[in-house]
Each structure stands twice: as C-alpha cells, then as structure tokens.
Ligand binder design. Structure first.
Ligand SMILES: *Cc1c(COP(=O)(O)O)cnc(C)c1O
Length: 325
C-alpha cells in the first residue's frame, strides 16, 4: 500500500482524545501532558511507517493500547514492592533494612502535620534539626557529638572535604573499596579535593607504613570498612586503637568509614564479630561515619559521630557548602 495512504489513515489527536480510557488521564496529567504523550506515540508510529517497519494501516485498537500503556507508565509510581529471593537479607539494591511498623506509625503522625523540627520549644526560638537525635546517638555510641547528612557517601565526602582539602589522607591499599560502582574511595578523595596517600599493600599494611607516610601534608588517617569483600590468607591490618595512638602522637585526626555501622555485638546472634561503632569510639576514633539505612532500619542517612571539635568543623562546612551551592 502507498505510504501516504497509510499515513493519512492514522487516527488524529482529537479522535484519540475522545477515547474514554485515554481521556480519563487528563485530570491527573493535564491536557498538555496528555497531548504530548499522544503526539509522541503518533510520531513513533509515523516514523515506523516511513522507515517501512510496518506495511499496513495501524489498527486503532492497537494504537490506543499503545498510548494507554505509555500513560500507565507515566502515572504509576516508579517504586514497586518486590520479593527478595536473592538470599541476601539486607540487600543494598532492594531497599536495605526495612523500617519497622512502629516507626512508620510515629513518622506518619509526625510528618503529616506541623512539628518542632527546627524550633526549640523551651527557649522559644529557632532550634537545630540535629537536636532531635544527636543526644540519642551520643548515648548509644559513647561519642561526644553527632550529625547526619543525606547518605554515608555524603558523610565521607563531607569529612574529607572539611578536614582534608588540599591535604593528604592516608589510607591502606587493602581498603580502597568500591561500593556499588558509584562510591569508590579514590574517586571520593578526588571529588573532595583530598590527596589520596596509599600505604601498605593489598594484603598487608603495618603501623610503620602509616607512620612513614606522615608528613607536613598529612590531613588525616582514614580507615575504611571493606564492606563487600574479604582479603584472606597472609593478611595484616592495623587496628583503630593503634591508629589513634599514632594520630595523637602527630596531632592528626583519625577517621573511620564503617559502612553499614553495626551497633550490636554480632556474636550474640551467632555471627562473626564485626567492629561496632561503639568500639571505634572507644578506640579513640575522631570521627566515624555509617549508613542510617543499610543495617539500621532508619531513613536514608549518613550518620557521623565523634569528637565535638571536629563535628563543629563539619557542621560549619556543611552550612557553607549548602549556601554556596
Ligand atoms: C555502603 C558504603 C558507603 C556508602 O553508603 P551509602 O549509605 O550507600 O551512601 C560508603 N562506605 C562504605 C564502606 C560502605 O559500605
């Protein structure tokens, strides 16, 4: 059949808009958006005919179905419930740790109306968002101060850029992790303006390796949890208490990116020991960051706990960044 004849036989916008199952989307999308979707599908059909992918007059029923499918896709929520059959109970790609029903109820109650989010009810003036949880986190972890940002990746970036910009951050070669392809320690370093100073080897890093790397340029020592891999065999790494002793000797802050951030002793559940946030604080870490939603069933967040002196620098830097951005 002649292409022009086929093209002319395609139903027009008004005919399609009259279809009840298409028209009903107008309320939700507005007529401009609705027409745009129809126009796009008509464009696609026309080019398929011109490129000779199809030889016949497009069936009206099929055309409407195709438009409705686009409209459904546009109006359905993108996030869907899934069944986790991966064998990984807390899966980073599948929503991480679920939030408990009780917390959801409290959250719903709190956010469905007004609250004292940034208001000090006792003093009667503007308050701080952190005030609702920093004391809790300090009591829980034994730290002096706490804050939270968007996610743990942001927490690490903030720690590095606030304390290490244009200086060196010493990290063991065994801990240069990549998490999910987007978060890679060397890349985060670069983004933060910190110079990565790798020490040791993939399997073994000694205290002397850290010490030898310390110079005028050193801004911090960073310990990173190897969340998604294990180095087995002939291995050695340096514990936090040794690193903090070294940090103290040279007046350098020692930081930890703990990844999931365990708060309970895993051996109580028959699982191998994992360094807890409390242990890191006890060992003298100046700042420790971890996720609020990986293992802890909270909202997406990056939690930072540690010494007040450094937390104040971070808080100031995070305000400066948000003002300049
Ligand atoms: C998961 C992880 C991050 C990133 O945390 P998000 O909460 O995904 O931003 C950073 N560092 C380590 C070691 C991690 O395991």
């Amino acid at each position: 059949m002649d292409k022009r004849v086929i093209l002319r036989s395609i139903p027009n916008m008004n005919e399609l808009l009259e279809d009840e199952k298409i028209h009903k989307f107008q309320e939700q999308l507005g007529s401009e958006q609705l027409k745009k979707v129809i126009r796009n599908v008509l464009e696609q059909v026309r080019s398929e005919i011109i490129e000779e992918k199809t030889e016949s007059v497009p069936d009206e029923k099929y055309l409407k179905e195709r438009i409705r499918k686009q409209l459904d896709k546009l109006t359905e929520p993108d996030m869907k419930k899934v069944i986790n059959a991966t064998g990984t109970i807390l899966h980073t790609n599948l929503g991480r740790a679920p939030i408990s029903q009780e917390h959801i109820r409290q959250l719903l109650y709190m956010v469905s109306g007004y609250s004292n989010l940034e208001y000090d009810l006792e003093e009667g003036h503007r308050g701080e968002r952190y005030s609702h949880f920093d004391e809790l986190l300090c009591r829980l972890t034994g730290a002096e101060a706490a804050m939270a940002v968007n996610n743990n990746a942001a927490a690490v970036l903030l720690m590095l850029s606030a304390l290490g910009r244009e200086k060196e951050a010493i990290v063991s070669r065994g801990e240069l992790v990549e998490i999910g392809g987007k978060f890679r320690i060397p890349d985060v370093m670069e983004q933060s303006g910190t110079v990565l100073k790798e020490v040791g080897t993939t399997n073994k890093t000694h205290l002397e390796d850290y010490e030898k790397a310390i110079s005028e340029e050193t801004g911090m020592i960073l310990k990173v949890h190897t969340s998604n891999y294990k180095i087995v065999g002939f291995t050695e790494s340096v514990e936090m208490d040794q690193l903090t002793a070294l940090g103290k000797k040279y007046g350098i802050p020692v930081l930890a990116d703990l990844g999931s951030g365990v708060l309970l002793p895993m051996e109580a559940y028959g699982l191998p020991h994992e360094p807890t946030v409390q242990e890191m604080i006890q060992a003298g870490a100046d700042l420790v960051s971890f996720s609020g939603d990986k293992l802890l069933g909270g909202p997406q967040a990056g939690i930072i706990v540690g010494k007040k002196k450094y937390m104040d620098i971070l808080k100031k830097a995070s305000i400066d960044e948000s003002v300049t951005n």
